[in-house]
Design a protein around this ligand. Structure first.
Ligand code: UN1
Length: 499
């Protein structure tokens, strides 16, 4: 399908896609695919005003009715899964199967949110006073600001958006300037859902295409009660104190540096497949990408040999071609960062295999790389850094205690896994003394989490949780209600006051 047809099928208006200041290029070949008008500070203010007005109406709409709107959005996504998945590949460079997988995550979270819209439960609490009842009510919080990254340009928004909408909160979304088209497409699909829904207020969903400078103003606007931001640790550490300074809430999804421990009892057939998907899938540009492999020394040589063979079998290239497993990096910046890191770890004693540029002649303006395996004598500070590219560091361990120490000895704490068939090892890894991450897996890799669980991590990953489980609570405010239905006025703690 031509780009023009693709854009039109997703409801993008051709006249909005040309003549602007922001040129959007496809990482597949570096060619421009659109140029968009960017929002000014005034546009941002107008959009937040509109969202705030929408909040005042939407918070009184019954939650199951709010869920109906998300059910309709889910239907739009089902109908347009192929087209939106294709646009994700075009704009972000991930392979088509992963682009579609991302849309599937959106559909799944829609279903989750629809169910949730009838389950925003609070507790009933036994009161210590006679003739009194205590309960909790969960109320809409206010407008939510969502800042998303290029690597999951639509799924991460949907985790936030669907929950926010059923919780009664409009959303102002600032997508990455590397992937604004997918955001506009989501907005267009949501508009179709709104039309079928009927009587929703304007301003439930606002998209802001803007530089970081304008986006930063979102952090200071007191009407944005919650900011859910995905990006680097550096970004998070800048915005978190700003938002905290005005007592706003945050959900931060920052850097990951995810590890896997492979023990002698591991099923290596499964482990090798899991490593391959987790380390090279999405060209190493997932927050949950496997970056550190910690292998017991007795099986180390075998694992590395099999891994190198598996790496040699993958096709790197056009992400829209059916055989491709690894598409391009997002841009030259990502490529340069990868090359600099490979040089730096080589100086620290790392043995680098792969990592070079591929297809440069065919795509001089796009950045395809051979995924790298780097055998490290020990875990250095550079290994402790998240490089958003397919670099897998491999290290040896002797005892499980040592492996867990190495595993946890990095600043980030998003996702982790162990491959073992030893029950003691598996349980130790998931125990309080095991992995210190927000996601801890056994016999699957660290990436590719389902939406049903709470997604997020500890330490420099930022502590936020979004998507499934009870993550919805961050999007609501809790009121504790005590109701006196007696004819007395007993005080708590048995206090007598002026009687
Ligand atoms: C991200 O990389 O920003 O667990 C999100 C996964 C996906 C989401 C990743 N479900 O890999």
């Amino acid at each position: 399908m031509s780009n023009k047809k693709l854009f039109a099928s997703l409801g993008l208006d051709a006249k909005d896609l040309r003549g602007g200041d922001l040129t959007v290029c496809s990482p597949i070949n570096g060619a421009p695919i659109a140029s968009l008008r960017v929002d000014t500070a005034r546009d941002l203010k107008r959009k937040i005003d509109r969202a705030q007005q929408a909040f005042l109406v939407w918070r009184t709409v019954p939650a199951p009715r709010r869920g109906e709107l998300i059910r309709l959005l889910g239907n739009e996504l089902r109908r347009n899964k192929k087209a939106l998945g294709h646009l994700v590949s075009l704009e972000n460079g991930k392979i088509l199967a992963e682009g579609m997988g991302e849309v599937q995550e959106m559909i799944d979270i829609c279903d989750f949110a629809v169910g949730l819209s009838r389950q925003l439960y609070g507790l009933t609490i036994a009161s210590e006073r006679p003739g009194h009842r205590m309960m909790e009510s969960w109320h809409p919080l206010g407008v939510v600001g969502v800042v998303s990254a290029f690597n999951f340009p639509v799924a991460v928004w949907s985790w936030n958006f669907t929950l926010a909408i059923v919780c009664g909160d409009p959303v102002v979304w600032k997508p990455s300037t590397k992937t604004p088209l997918t955001a506009l497409a989501c907005q267009a699909l949501f508009k179709r859902a709104l039309k079928r829904f009927g009587d929703a207020p304007d301003g439930l969903s606002e998209v802001v295409i803007a530089s970081r400078k304008i986006g930063d103003r979102m952090m200071d606007d007191p009407r944005l009660k919650l900011i859910s931001a995905t990006g680097s640790t550096a970004m998070g550490s800048k915005i978190a104190p700003r938002i905290a300074g005005r007592f706003g809430r945050t959900i931060l999804e920052l850097g990951g540096n995810n590890g896997m421990i492979v023990t002698p009892t591991a099923d290596l057939d499964l482990a090798i497949r899991a490593i391959l998907f987790a380390a090279v899938g999405t060209a190493g540009q997932r927050c949950t990408t496997l970056r550190r492999l910690i292998v017991q020394r007795d099986i180390y040589d075998e694992v590395v040999e099999r891994l190198k063979k598996a790496y040699a079998s993958i096709t790197v290239g056009d992400p829209l071609a059916p055989k491709t497993l690894v598409g391009p990096l997002i841009d030259k910046g990502a490529y340069d960062t990868m090359q600099n890191m490979l040089k730096a770890v080589a100086k620290e004693g790392g043995t680098v295999s792969g990592g070079g540029r591929l297809l440069a002649r065919r795509y001089p303006k796009a950045y395809y790389v051979e995924p790298a395996i780097v055998e490290m004598p020990k875990q250095t500070d550079n290994v402790g850094e998240e490089t958003f590219a397919p670099i897998l560091y491999v290290m040896k361990y002797r005892t499980l205690d040592q492996a867990i120490r190495i595993h946890n000895d990095v600043p980030q704490g998003l996702s982790s896994s162990i491959f073992t068939n030893d029950l003691r090892e598996a349980e130790t890894f998931v125990s309080a003394a095991g992995s210190d991450c927000g996601i801890v897996n056994v016999n699957i890799g660290p990436s590719g989490a389902e939406i049903g669980g709470a997604f997020g991590g500890e330490k420099e990953t930022g502590g936020g949780r979004e998507s499934g489980s009870d993550s919805w609570r961050a999007y609501m405010r809790r009121a504790t209600n005590t109701i006196n239905y007696s004819r007395e006025l007993p005080l708590a703690q048995g206090i007598k006051f002026g009687e």
